[in-house]
Design a protein around this ligand. Structure first.
Ligand code: MN
Length: 284
């Protein structure tokens, strides 16, 4: 007999052997609209057993790669700063072991903890950001640490020209003005991604990939806190992920699945499939 331990499907390599380490951040305290993303990572682990380990898109199999699933962190819901410190410490531990940190949200603010750790190791870091929302507010109702501000906080760290945003279709006018001066923003779709990837490859830049699953159209992915009509489809998203994974990707995350907001379970199944494709694409 074996202990009853649930990992994401086929992500059961020992830590020492793993190339990729999954870590869940069940945090949604700064969610501005409908909460529930704290349950995202756990739901993905559970629902992943409805998924094949083999990807016909890439002719690769999760059984052939080494992934360790470290489960969910125990985070303080009452303090965003404390939660971010714990996420940062976990990412640092994974990086120190020479492994790839792959974070499962949670709301999008969790990205900041991971980026702080990755940026320390890779000061030349660029961020590729897929999202419906700009997330460039300087504060949200006075709070600097909010999922509506997460990319702005990343910009505080990285500075101009290092953040590349795609699929953006929502935000305040001030965020779009900020983007014109400080980030490379591509509205509505993945148009421009090929050129972005070419430039980053030529520069051999280390890249952090953050995927807010609400970049998907709500018809395909309704299980999220702030759904925005006019999004991309699943195939477009995985093709974009494949392109980015040709780069020197040094950290990544998948966030904003709120499983209870989609009683059909389709959003969770979709998130699982995106994660499978991302892990297989990262393990080139
Ligand atoms: Mn979003």
């Amino acid at each position: 007999m074996e202990r009853n331990v649930e990992t994401f499907i086929a992500c059961d390599a020992p830590f020492e052997d793993a190339d990729i380490v999954l870590y869940g951040a069940p945090f949604d305290s700064t969610t501005s609209f409908r909460p529930g993303a704290r349950f995202g990572a756990a739901a993905m682990r559970h629902e992943s057993f409805g998924l094949e380990t083999y990807s016909p898109y890439q002719d690769k199999d999760l059984e052939d790669i080494a992934v360790f699933d470290s489960g969910d962190l125990e985070l303080c819901f009452g303090s965003a700063e404390a939660a971010l410190a714990d996420i940062e410490a976990r990412a640092e531990e994974i990086l120190a072991a020479g492994k790839f940190p792959l974070l499962l949200g949670g709301e999008h603010l969790v990205t900041l903890g991971a980026v702080r750790a990755v940026y320390k190791k890779y000061p030349g870091l660029h961020i590729i950001h897929f999202d419906a929302h700009a997330d460039l507010r300087d504060d949200y109702l006075g709070a600097k640490l909010s999922h509506a501000c997460v990319i702005r906080r990343c910009h505080d760290l990285l500075g101009d020209g290092r953040i590349h945003q795609f699929c953006i279709r929502s935000g305040e006018r001030a965020e779009f003005r900020f983007a014109q001066a400080h980030t490379e923003m591509h509205k509505f779709s993945f148009e421009g991604l090929e050129a972005c990837v070419e430039a980053l490859r030529a520069a051999n830049a280390p890249v952090y990939l953050t995927v807010d699953l609400d970049c998907l159209d709500p018809s395909a992915f309704p299980g999220t806190g702030t759904p925005e009509a006019g999004g991309v489809g699943f195939l477009q998203l995985i093709e974009a992920i494949f392109k980015v994974c040709r780069l020197n990707v040094v950290g990544a995350d998948l966030n904003e699945l709120a499983p209870m907001l989609d009683p059909s379970g389709v959003s969770t199944a979709t998130a699982c499939k995106v994660l499978r494709e991302m892990m297989l694409s990262l393990s080139n």
